[in-house]
Design a protein around this ligand. Structure first.
Ligand code: KIV
Ligand code: NA
Length: 277
């Protein structure tokens, strides 16, 4: 059993301690993040873009998600692991939603699942929660349906859409989710939603008043050069560092500087002598 648990995440609502969540797609990164006390490791379907090279999260399959979730679960000793349900794995029926969510827990060692949407998916969340599956909601910009929303942009700017967003967050709360991600929401609206609902909000591009924050780890490390959203703060710029290291390796091999004696096995010279003729 992991040290962190769902009840502890819920309790952060009434504490000053922020919830820390980061995306994680593999075992060695899970070991690093887990060792630093990250509360939640999100195996986000963003892995479709970051790990698999798709143009959006839409093509990501259950099998692809489970494959990465298994690796992350093996590395998470303390952090909770949240598996992101891929597009169309939860929309079709309550039965399919429960069945697919169950696979994240039973086959891939996840502690909870996340799914996108508000009022439209409240019945699915409720069914999953009744089946005993901890669910994290996700409202605001929902990348799986971004094209219907007019692209990757801030949500809830006018009165109607702000009201819809508040009602979406309420619906997710009432359906029994233990927390909810707010993505690309104006800071004052995210603050209002955080005040109006009883479960923790975890923001991404949603200002400082949320109960927690999440970022895509590759973005904050500066490893994904293709595209960086404006709300991301880069805490490192690893892409040039990785390129430098690889360039040095290429140079060393080409110039016969690697491997040197320190990085070779010396063996037994008498054996080699006897083999010579
Ligand atoms: O897939 C993902 O990484 C996410 C986070 C950005 C919240 O859903
Ligand atoms: Na996602």
């Amino acid at each position: 059993d992991r040290k962190m648990n769902i009840a502890a995440i819920r309790k952060r609502k009434n504490s000053s301690e922020k919830i820390i969540m980061l995306t994680c797609y593999d075992y060695s990164t899970a070991l690093l993040l887990d060792s630093l006390g990250v509360d939640l490791l999100l195996v986000g379907d963003s892995l479709g873009m970051v790990m698999l090279g798709y143009d959006s999260t839409v093509p990501v399959t259950m099998e692809e998600m489970l494959h990465h979730c298994k690796a992350v679960s093996r590395g998470a000793k303390n952090s909770l692991v949240v598996g992101d349900m891929p597009f169309l794995s939860y929309q079709i029926s309550n039965e399919e939603a429960i069945k697919n969510a169950g696979r994240f827990l039973k086959e891939a060692g996840c502690d909870a699942v996340k799914l996108e949407g508000g009022i439209e998916v409240a019945d699915k969340i409720s069914a999953m929660v009744k089946a005993g599956i901890p669910v994290m909601g996700h409202v605001g910009l929902t990348p799986q349906t971004a094209s219907s929303l007019g692209g990757y942009k801030v949500q809830g700017k006018d009165l109607d859409s702000a009201k819809k967003l508040l009602l979406d967050a309420k619906a997710v709360e009432e359906a029994g989710a233990f927390s909810v991600v707010l993505e690309c929401v104006p800071a004052p609206l995210a603050a209002l939603i955080t005040e109006k609902i009883s479960i923790p909000t975890i923001g991404i591009g949603a200002g400082p008043e949320c109960d927690g924050q999440v970022l895509v780890t590759h973005d904050l490390l500066g490893m994904f050069e293709k595209f960086t959203p404006s709300f991301v703060k880069k805490y490192a710029n690893l892409a040039p560092i990785i390129k430098d290291a690889i360039n040095n390796f290429i140079e060393d091999v080409k110039n016969d500087n690697f491997p040197d004696d320190d990085h070779s096995f010396s063996g037994n010279s008498e054996v080699i002598e006897k083999l010579k003729w």
